[in-house]
Design a protein around this ligand. Sequence first.
Ligand code: BV8
Ligand code: ZN
Length: 251
Amino acid sequence: MNQIPHEHIESARRKLVKADRLVVFTGAGISAESGVPTYRGAGGLWKNFRAQDLATVAAFQRDPALVWGWYRSRRRALLDCQPNAAHQAIAEAAKERRLTLITQNVDGLHSLAGYNNPWELHGNIWREFCVECYHPVDRHAAWRDRTVEDEDAPLPKCPKCGGLLRPAIVWFGEQLDAHLLEQSFAAAEHCDAMIVIGTSGQVQPAAMLPILARRGGALVVEINLEPTPLTEYANYSLYAPAGEVLPRLLG
Ligand code: BV8
Ligand code: ZN
């Protein structure tokens, strides 16, 4: 933390205080300090598979048990993860000011930190839906009281029609929810400040948001451990763990 000059953070903080339409855009890096592996960092692989190979409709159709094994193992790992100071700083700030939170994360930690209704562009690992009738199922309560399913438990079936349930997650090659995406683009274009936290800026169309914000004249503050393709659109790049710098930026 001491590698960022105090006045640099202070300067960004003073400008953010004045913003009345603040958007916070997060990626997997904000959950790293909670122990959730990122996608492209070390430990981002699962049994030598890459997210891009498993998080697809084709992979699920080819081997639903393999894909369910991956999601169940991730859910199990998430049960030991708590929101960190960065998630909490956003939830606290949202109680005092207008703050729209858009996240690429599927881990549910923003909600667990007390932020109501984050815009989850890529879905939520605790939710499922039926591939036949789209009946929605929320498993978070069941998993939190530890009625967890083993990785090789039978595939979950729809209580309505008996069809196969799948994770309510946007897989690679799948469209994002059109309404949510439209709302997110509009929020990015019309905000007067955006804080971009813990994203490598590799996944489209989510990675467009900071670019739209900057083009719309917003102040863009990036928090990451290293430069990303979004750095060129940032007015401030703060290279430090989100859990250390965000509480000071929003405090
Ligand atoms: C769509 C659910 C198409 C899965 C996810 C070629 C070029 C451009 C685009 C494409 C292309 N080929 C294919 C595409 C499209 C594709 C895409 O973008 N692929 C990428 C990989 C090239 N996109 C899609 O398929 C999307 N759909 O485009 O539809 C379409 C169009 C028309 C008609 C039909 C179809 C769907 C994308 C959604 C995929 N689903 N998640 C699951 O999780 O099971 S994406 C996945 O990546 C996660 O959601 C994750 O959030 C997201 C982005 O990753 P990041 O969050 O950025 O995480 P990452 O690990 O990469 O980086 C972490 C960062 O944190 C790092 O920078 C690190 O330095 C930093 N960090 C680490 N620790 C800290 C920290 N920062 C601060 N503090 C710390 N402590
Ligand atoms: Zn069904």
